[in-house]
Design a protein around this ligand. Sequence first.
Ligand SMILES: C[S@@+](CC[C@H](N)C(=O)[O-])C[C@H]1O[C@@H](n2cnc3c(N)ncnc32)[C@H](O)[C@@H]1O
Length: 409
Amino acid sequence: VKKVPGVDARRQAMLLMAGSSVDLGLTGPDRAFAHRIYRETVIWRARLDYTLSALSQRPLDSLERELLTCLRIGAVQLLILRVPAHAAVSSTVSVLRGQKKKAYANAVLRRLSVTGEREGAPLCIRYSHPQDLVEKWIGYFGMERACRLLEWNNSVPGLGVWLRDGASGCKCPVHEPVKGEIGQWLPSYRKIEREALQDVVESEGCFVQDQAAAVTGVGMSSLPGLNVLEIGCAPGGKTVHLDEPSDFVTALDSSELRMKTWIENSIRYRWTSSFPVVAAGELLPFRRSSFDKVLVDAPCTNTGVYRRRFDARWNWSPGLLSACTGTQSRLLNSAAAALRPGGVLVYSTCSLEPEENSDQVIRFERDHPEFCRITFPAQSQLVTDGMLSIFPPEHDMDGMFAASWKKSE
Ligand SMILES: C[S@@+](CC[C@H](N)C(=O)[O-])C[C@H]1O[C@@H](n2cnc3c(N)ncnc32)[C@H](O)[C@@H]1O
């Protein structure tokens, strides 16, 4: 049987879409193509379904999952990745099992290659985001900024690293110095090309993360306090900044699974001042007023990092928002009690929602008059009313929020 070129890449994309961990062992462009199909199919699901639903004789939600996934990965190649029809359709359809399914997918995708995209889609479909979230953003940010955010979320994120040894670059003998554009907001940050990733991953002096996470971590670390509690620490994107020889960091998270990754990172990056604790942040197993500095990197809706966490938009719901705000309030209250008088508290999220950010700050300050807001240490363009407020399309990095306070003596 003659192998149709690229079939394995489509097969791998189908596996990724099914949440399977089976790795077909593809390398180079085939592997990259499989992951690109996966990413774009997840992102554009609503837009693809809008067109597919007009071409499929059966309603999409009545189709077998495998068939629907195949239609989506075929459609993404035709509409978004602009793969020529002769390559996209046959090699995609051939990953299906069963003649009936193949014939159905073939007919729908061939029709699509002739008709093209369905017109008249509303904004939320064009940008492929949940409708209520798009409406919420338009109300809060205004149409122009909301559209820029929607566009940003659908774009491909760049890569970058924070360098432990600062602006001088990574001190490891093999890879010094890391080549790449210096971060606009942080001299110890480098934007790197995907090809350089393997080198930096092997180096303990470089930590791969978005510049916004690095800005937040560096700011947190620069605030005073030697005996530190970090609530919501896993997998360690902030611990990497906090782990200083002079400090003692109690790194706490409620998820055992995520803590395993934190521990792997602690070994790889040789964190020697940080100690892991698995516990609920609402019921801290420590005496009151025991820490000089307490950080809450709170669980949130993740709306600031949709570009990177491209599946997260489909988890959005008002219920998720209220669950997150409830947990955030409880964690903040518990963090406030764990802090000694005169100590520093930091609260951060990777959300853009006022309910999780400025509204939490207002509520916390109302309920805890013993806390006085201090300006979060970051470049002034990133700070509003003393709070770090990063808006992705304006600052060219993930959306982050952070507020900090001093507890009265
Ligand atoms: C934003 S993530 C932390 C990211 C981490 N700080 C980093 O930079 O890599 C929030 C974390 O809070 C943890 N978490 C959620 N609910 C919690 C709770 N009630 N108590 C403690 N940790 C919690 C989650 O398991 C998750 O790891």
